[in-house]
Design a binder for this molecule. Structure first.
Ligand code: NDP
Ligand code: OXD
Length: 314
């Protein structure tokens, strides 16, 4: 008998219960008790696996003495990775639907700016003023973060004809992309990016990476897309860069505080598009299969997939 605690926001339980039961059965796990949080008759010592999402409020993992893994429904784990009470292995969400959603969001936002779609929408007044956009090969794109999502977005954009440079912590070789790493690689990537996409995790090393200096290293009039994490950017520096014309537009999906407070200047800024953390949503059916596969692996004594490197922070 395996007991799985679903420690996510209560409104997710009705969405996940059936997909999780199906996925666990399909993974050959038939003797499983799946419990919402809180579960009246369940004691923490009786839990074997914790399915985790940040809004559940679970902070103290010490009572879960038998738990063999914590399985995050989110790709980003900045809210749990440095939790000192967590001694169990932590796995994050890596899933095709998440990847596909992010590719669609990033390609859509890139094409919006590349093709000047906002200008067309603003021109429905009888004015015939053709402005032919350049072809993709003339619009270099930088992606900070060459992980599961950064690589997928980079390859999709390269497939559309954009020259794509990706930047990461360690050296990579990704077909179709120019790959850079390290401090020098960052400066070169920024300097060559007409559109910059942030797909980094939030860690002590990446917090505030897009500060006034980094924003100045971008070509004047660059566009910034941030579906990574809000705190990658220094908000005040970004507003100054938008006001000065250094950055032409920022489309932001993630924020230091979510929901973005109504008084935050991003809401009213004419060169900012606020996207309410919808770039890539974890989908219950596919995410349930990832969770079930990891429980199956653990029960079979196999290595867990998508283990978080607690020291690196992602
Ligand atoms: P991965 O862990 O697969 O990739 C992270 C990438 O960032 C890696 O290439 C890594 O480098 C790089 N990186 C980490 N730290 C540094 C650093 N200090 N300097 C340079 N590069 C660094 O993550 P995913 O691609 O799966 O997800 C990325 C982020 O996207 C998530 O952490 C989350 O914050 C965000 N996200 C947002 C969503 C949304 O809806 N807005 C949905 C899902 C995720 P290396 O390859 O060398 O390890
Ligand atoms: C995630 C997210 O990290 O939705 O999965 O941001």
């Amino acid at each position: 008998m395996v007991t799985v605690l679903f420690a996510a926001a209560p409104d997710l339980w009705p969405l996940y219960e059936a997909p999780l039961r199906t996925a666990l059965a399909e993974a050959g796990l038939h003797d499983v008790t799946l419990c919402p949080n809180p579960a009246p008759d369940l004691t923490p010592e009786g839990v074997d696996y914790i399915v985790y999402a940040p809004h559940a409020g679970l902070r103290d993992f010490r009572p879960f003495t038998r738990a063999r893994a914590v399985l995050s429904l989110w790709a980003g784990v900045e809210g749990i990775v440095d939790n000192p009470t967590l001694t169990q292995p932590l796995c994050r969400m890596v899933d095709g639907s998440l990847r596909q959603g992010m590719v669609e969001w990033v390609c859509g936002q890139v094409l919006r700016h590349h093709l000047g779609l906002d200008r067309l929408l603003a021109q429905q007044d009888g004015t015939w003023a053709p402005q032919v956009p350049p072809l993709a090969h003339a619009r270099p794109i930088g992606i900070l973060g060459l992980g599961e999502l950064g690589q997928a977005c980079g390859q999709a954009l390269a497939g559309l004809g954009f020259p794509v440079t990706g930047w990461s912590r360690r050296a990579h070789d990704v077909p179709g992309l120019t790959c850079r790493h390290g401090a020098e690689g960052l400066a070169t990537t920024l300097a060559g990016s007409a559109i910059l996409v942030l797909l980094l995790p939030l860690t002590p090393a990446t917090e505030g990476l897009l500060d006034a200096t980094a924003l100045t290293q971008l070509p004047r009039g660059a566009v910034l897309l941030n579906p990574g994490r809000g705190a990658l950017i220094d908000d005040d520096a970004l507003i100054a860069a938008l006001d000065s014309g250094q950055i032409a537009h920022a489309t932001l999906d993630v924020f230091r505080q979510e929901p973005l407070p109504p008084a935050h200047p991003f809401w009213a800024h004419p060169q900012v598009t606020v996207s309410p953390h919808v770039a890539a949503e974890t989908r219950p059916e596919s995410a349930a299969r990832v969770i079930a596969e990891n429980i199956r692996r653990s029960e079979a004594g196999e290595d867990l997939l998508h283990r978080v490197d607690r020291a690196a922070g992602y």
